[in-house]
Design a protein. Structure first.
Length: 561
């Protein structure tokens, strides 16, 4: 038997060392271990592969490349699976209630396998957007040397010589309902928008979270900005397999990297990219797992000094593949670092600091239009605006690109589900000046906090993007744009003020004052709240019922532990 085992094997040694662990070794021989492998660092490779969605359909091959990198550098890679679901497919249905829940299932399952099997390190490969925070939550809980690999962005489809993606299809539905296009064109957009593997192609939630994780230092440089099907992505996987062994050797763990400064770097890059509102929810949850104090106030504080520089979809002109082609986000991070907007002393999974990683990064090519200079930003401060007021005492998250305006006052049209609101948007009930209110869609009320991409896309397709607002205790897809406010807390289901809004009430959204208010007296609000009764739970058994019982407020990241 192998003697004098390296202390870096403290997890795997418990499982396989000594005569009494012969049964464990016998099981491992059947899955490919030999005598030499029992003395190596065992690396768990968490694969989110699934044919459920194009975001993850190629990740089995990336996991094999990662295993190659581990095995070629003296470790023993062991691939295991976890789930993924597809937001794009389930959007607008009851099934979408499982979306945010899947983040917790992924975190729990990765932690479970790693903890049970005694792996010394972890490389996790994710595609669709809940994979990423789910994997990072597990990494923080385990605190074993870990690296995240992003599965990569999809290439855009092409329709009428323009780039199209999944959001183009959602918006085409609204255009069809508004008689702006015919069924043949809707079918054409549907047929060409998703040409192959990879995550949704704008600066939606998947690309946003991949960028945030890289900025945080938990991915190798430019892992977040590679096409899903590319030599670069395969090399990234091989390098990650090598790098995790270096982390073990140096004793660098996730909590050494996922510091408060690192989270501030992630927020900064998300803002500069014009990223998804979901980043707020997920970064809060990841920070909670890493024992880092992060609150909504941090997004406001950082947002006052960080501009939006990226002209990317959904509110901008370009797709992420075009940003990949000009160098990804490392040149952007170098710009932000040189301007004093990033903490350069943060440790990363390379074993070096952020400043060291960015030292030799080349600038973007002359003439590119995707990333604007600091002196000509798309928006001088953050598009992610945290609102408070009598409708959101604990906060809400607005996505204000500036193109919609900064204030909106209108008459409430109240719906107790996403489906009810979508029907009224498509049939023409919603008119200019309305504030669409969708409630009982929060973490507990849904349960599951669905994304409102179908309603927001229908609004855009109807040509009402600047004419109506939409507020909800649910979430928004990274593909949503328009005058939208989500994550309203306390949510309606627990008796938040959103529960007592009536159709005909006046609502004011003021991004300048960071306020979301129901234009009623405090006495009237108090009277209505006293008469309100909590609805019965929509689910009494199963995953959604368990989730409803333990999930915390969206203002805390909708965490479950």
């Amino acid at each position: 038997m192998i003697k004098n085992i390296d202390l870096t094997r403290k997890h795997s040694a418990v499982v396989i060392d000594g005569y009494e662990r012969a049964p464990s070794r016998a099981m491992l021989r059947a899955v490919g271990f030999n005598d030499d492998d029992f003395g190596k660092n065992q690396i768990g490779i968490a694969s989110t592969w699934s044919m459920v969605t194009p975001c993850n359909m190629h990740i089995d091959k990336l996991a094999l490349k990662t295993q190659e990198g581990v095995d070629a550098n003296g470790g023993k890679g062991v691939i295991f699976g976890t789930i993924t679901i597809s937001d794009g497919i389930s959007m607008g249905t009851e099934g979408m209630k499982y979306s945010l829940v899947s983040r917790e299932v992924i975190a729990d399952s990765v932690e479970t396998v790693m903890g049970c099997e005694g792996f010394d390190g972890l490389v996790a490969i994710g595609g669709c957007d809940k994979n990423m925070p789910g994997c990072l939550i597990a990494m923080a809980r385990l605190n074993r040397p870990s690296i995240f690999v992003y599965g990569g962005t999809i290439l855009p489809g092409c329709h009428k010589e323009k780039n199209v993606d999944i959001v183009s299809v959602f918006e085409a539905v609204g255009q069809f309902a508004n008689h702006k296009i015919k069924s043949d064109e809707l079918k054409d957009v549907e047929s060409c928008a998703i040409p192959g593997a990879g995550s949704c192609g704008g600066m939606y939630t998947a690309n946003t979270m991949a960028s945030a994780i890289e900025a945080m230092g938990m991915s190798l440089p430019n892992s977040s900005m590679q096409a899903a099907i590319s030599v670069e992505k395969e090399v990234d996987c091989v390098n990650a397999g090598k790098a995790v062994l270096n982390l073990i050797k140096q004793g660098i763990k996730p909590k050494d990297i996922m510091t408060r400064k690192a989270f501030e770097n992630a927020i900064t890059v998300v803002i500069a990219l014009g990223g998804s509102t979901n980043a707020v929810l997920h970064l809060l949850a990841m920070a909670h797992a890493a024992d880092v104090k992060l609150t909504l106030a941090d997004f406001t504080r950082i947002g006052k000094r960080v501009p939006v520089l990226a002209d990317l979809k959904p509110s901008g002109r370009f797709v992420t593949a075009e940003l990949v082609a000009i160098g990804g986000i490392t040149p952007l991070m170098k710009i932000l670092l040189d301007a004093g907007l990033l903490h350069g002393d943060c440790l990363t999974v390379t074993g070096k600091t952020l400043s060291e990683n960015l030292k030799d990064v080349k600038p973007y090519p002359d003439g590119q239009q995707i990333i604007q200079p600091l002196n000509r930003p798309i928006k001088k401060n953050s598009h992610l605006v945290i609102l408070y007021g009598n409708l959101a005492p604990e906060g809400a998250v607005a996505k204000i690109s500036g193109k919609e305006g900064l204030t909106f006052s209108g008459i409430a049209r109240v719906y107790d589900s996403e489906e009810a609101a979508l029907k009224k948007i498509l049939d023409g009930t919603i008119k200019k000046g309305d504030v669409i209110v969708i409630r009982y869609e929060g973490p507990r009320g849904g349960p599951g906090m669905r994304e409102m991409l179908s309603p927001t896309s229908a609004v855009m397709g109807k040509g009402l993007g600047k004419e109506v607002a939409l507020i909800t205790d649910g979430r928004f897809s990274g593909g949503s744009h328009g005058f939208v406010v989500g994550h309203i807390t306390p949510e309606a289901y627990v008796g938040g003020p959103l529960a007592i809004v009536k159709t005909g009430d006046k609502i004011t959204i003021d991004a300048l004052k960071q306020q979301l208010n129901l234009e009623l007296s405090a006495a009237e609000i108090k009277k209505r709240l006293k008469l309100w009764k909590q609805p019965k739970p929509r689910y009494t058994r199963g995953v959604l019922s368990k989730y409803q019982k333990v999930v915390k407020s969206a203002s805390l990241g909708a965490v479950t532990d």
